[in-house]
Design a protein around this ligand. Structure first.
Ligand code: IVH
Length: 682
């Protein structure tokens, strides 16, 4: 069958049906947060659509769920003129300023006009302009300067809460939607941890993270960062609908399939607005995303149109901002902390101050360049801020308050822990201690090994680890497994009972699955998610250790940098010794059938209940390998194709089984699809 052949009618109908079912399930899952379809069913339908589209590329539509991450990374983004400009908002910082603003629009409107407002949360993200034509998303752009932005359509398509097609059977000829893209606080923290780990500058706040992510050239990176979107404005052809109020407009957005922030309220007086503002100023820390105020809009759209815009702002809306969470304090010292990768992080010691409800006495300065950029001196008065309401950071220095004796801070040229030389490789922002046996690196590695997501060894806190290292009881992770109760009982604040418990906890950790061990090794760029992906493809340490960087990179979700880092790690003699020692200690270095006490999530069974048939020669797996691969993931392999077969895995020179699969419309997988399916469905 050649791809140019047009698809039979029933295939076209099936594809349409699949698109619709998948779109509905995705909306229920992401927007309504109320799943209506089993993940496995979704995956199966998705695969079916993918295989129909692969067979007949004419079937691919821009709004197909398969197009969420597909397009190639861009080299740069084209500029687009906004058909309707994106205005900014005037700010009010107090309720008095709000009342002044109200007085101004009322005078313009000629006095006695009822002031009904819609209060919405002001989401601190990045504004987007979306264009739909005949119901299909054709373009998504950044705000830019308000009149022209950047066309970032492939990135926008990865945001699950942005429908690729408007809901409803009778879409408008065009629709312009505006709203705010955001990074939830939890993802923000994860992204920054990863960036810091990789020696990159962390994002200052979730707004910058959202804006930075949207302008990523590779949509796969965007997809991994879990952006979300709240819609707040809609423009439609007047002949399609005449929307009377902002409240109604938000409901229209919801009908079209958008997520609209649920925390909104109609307010008919200044005091009602004030209550809404006060309530959300207190409760905003309970929200999983950042807000920086509330937006108050006149509800009546006819009145909005009468009032119009100034050069920059609509006259009918105002941002009632929360007070800034920045305070000045003095830097009493700066120290360099050494982490488990040997990275030296300058940390400012501050005269304690109250900031957003907590006492802050330390703030990260990230790296040497940041210290230089700030021109930070010990003794300086600095402004500190809660970035993303989580990590305090130094925003700026106030040089006018600098005491005469203040000295600029410089990162030490030797490791403050072991005294060895430190190195900052060209092109990198991070300075590292290069002594592999630096006690700080060892301590950090032990803490990481014992952490909850790794080997989860209870009782291995900072103080205990410090003693183990100081008394030279452990010189590597593997030494933990040879500790005796007597040795541990001899440590400060330890007795035979607590020592026995710790030694037992360490022994129990040997049973933790290979994916956790891999994460625990602390290889650069290998987080817990990557470790799980890798452990699925390389079910033993031996296989991973032998793998070429290109094999590692072929794991879905693993990029070349990670692959290279892993490849290098296994070629370092000290690491090879560590693996040998861990093996001797009896630590799990290969996947096994799930142990009864392991939660299922750590031993994923993505193919549970699925039946596969193999045909033809696969590029890298033998028939036996493929069978083992499927069975290890909970699937079944049978020898003949029937209506009950879920997938047929097709290699070179397939036999009659493929023909049968075609006639039964059973999804066909190549070896790479099989691997992707295993990765994606966990
Ligand atoms: S309305 C003409 N509503 O705040 C209407 N904006 O500081 C202008 N923002 O650029 C926007 N949440 O990116 C509106 N509920 C909301 C908002 C909101 C966040 C952002 C938007 C705007 C910025 C102005």
């Amino acid at each position: 069958m050649t791809p140019s052949e047009s698809p039979p009618q029933d295939v076209t109908a099936r594809a349409t049906k699949l698109r619709q079912q998948l779109q509905e399930a995705s909306y229920a899952y992401y927007v309504l947060d109320h799943p209506t379809m089993e993940d496995e069913v979704y995956d199966r339908l998705y695969r079916e659509l993918q295989s129909l589209e692969a067979q007949y590329p004419q079937l691919v539509t821009p709004d197909s769920p398969t197009q969420r991450v597909g397009e190639k990374p861009a080299t740069e983004f084209p500029t687009v003129q906004h058909a309707i400009a994106l205005y900014s908002l005037e700010n009010a910082f107090t309720i008095e300023e709000f009342t002044d603003w109200q007085g101004r629009w009322q005078r313009l409107a000629g006095g006695d006009v009822p002031s009904e407002y819609v209060c919405e949360l002001k989401i601190d993200g990045s504004a987007l302009a979306l264009r739909y034509e005949n119901g299909v998303l054709v373009r998504g752009a950044t705000r830019g300067d308000g009149t022209a932005g950047e066309d970032i359509t492939p990135n926008i398509k990865t945001i699950r809460t942005i429908p690729l097609r408007l809901y409803g059977n009778n879409p408008p000829a065009w629709a312009e939607i505006r709203g705010e893209a955001l990074i939830p606080l939890e993802s923000f923290q994860q992204i920054n941890q990863k960036r810091q780990h990789n020696g990159e500058m962390p994002f200052a706040n979730p707004r910058n993270a959202a804006a930075g992510t949207l302008r990523q050239l590779d949509p796969k990176v965007v997809a991994a960062r879990r952006l979300d979107f709240f819609a707040y404005t809609l423009y439609l052809p007047t002949e399609y609908a005449q929307i009377q109020t902002q409240w109604e407009l938000l409901e229209w957005l919801q009908h079209f399939g958008f997520k609209v922030n649920p925390h909104r309220q109609l307010c008919s007086s200044v005091s009602a607005v004030e209550d809404f503002y006060n309530r959300w100023e207190n409760q905003r820390h309970d929200l999983p995303y950042m807000t920086d105020g509330v937006v108050v809009k006149l509800n009546d759209i006819a009145l909005q149109e009468r009032l119009g815009f100034t050069q920059k702002f609509p006259r009918w809306a105002v941002a009632l901002k929360y007070p800034a969470e920045e305070v000045p304090t003095q830097v009493v010292g700066v120290s360099a902390q050494v982490g488990r990768t040997g990275a030296l992080t300058p940390v400012a010691q501050l005269k304690p101050v109250q900031l957003a409800g907590t006492t802050v006495s330390r703030a990260s300065l990230h790296n040497e360049d940041r210290v230089r950029e700030l021109d930070l001196h010990v003794g300086d008065t600095v402004v500190v801020r809660k970035a993303g309401e989580i990590i305090p950071e130094v925003v700026r220095v106030m040089p006018e308050l600098r005491p005469e004796e203040a000295q600029p801070y410089q990162l030490p040229s030797t490791c403050p822990v072991c005294g060895s030389a430190v190195l900052r490789p060209a092109g990198e922002a991070i300075t590292r201690c290069i002594n592999a046996s630096c006690p700080a690196i060892l301590k950090g590695s032990l803490r990481h090994w014992a952490s909850r997501e790794a080997l989860d060894i209870q009782g291995m806190g900072e103080k205990l680890v410090a003693q183990l290292v100081k008394r030279r009881l452990v010189a590597s992770i593997a030494d933990l497994y040879f500790l005796t109760v007597a040795q541990v009982a001899d440590l400060e604040r330890m007795g035979p009972k607590s020592a026995g418990k710790l030694v037992q906890a360490i022994a129990n950790s040997k049973e933790k699955p290979w994916s956790r061990v891999l994460y625990g090794l602390g290889i650069r760029h290998v987080g817990s998610v990557n470790a799980q992906l890798l452990a699925q493809r390389f079910p033993s340490c031996e296989q991973l250790a032998k793998a070429k960087a290109s094999d590692i990179e072929s794991v879905y979700g693993i990029g070349s940098e990670i692959a290279w880092s892993i490849y290098q790690w296994f070629r370092t003699p000290a690491n090879q010794t560590l693996i040998e020692q861990l093996q001797a200690a009896g630590v799990t270095l290969a996947s096994e059938p799930p142990a009864a006490e392991e939660p299922a999530s750590f031993n994923p069974q993505p193919f549970q209940g699925k039946t596969f048939v193999l045909t033809g020669t696969l590029p890298t797996m033998s028939r036996k390998d493929a069978q083992r691969f499927i069975e290890q993931r909970g699937g079944k392999v049978t020898s003949s194709v029937s209506q009950k077969t879920d997938y047929v895995v097709v290699g070179e020179n397939p036999g009659s089984k493929q023909k049968k699969a075609e006639s039964f419309r059973i999804p066909q997988l190549q070896e790479t699809d099989l691997r992707h399916l295993a990765d994606e469905t966990t």
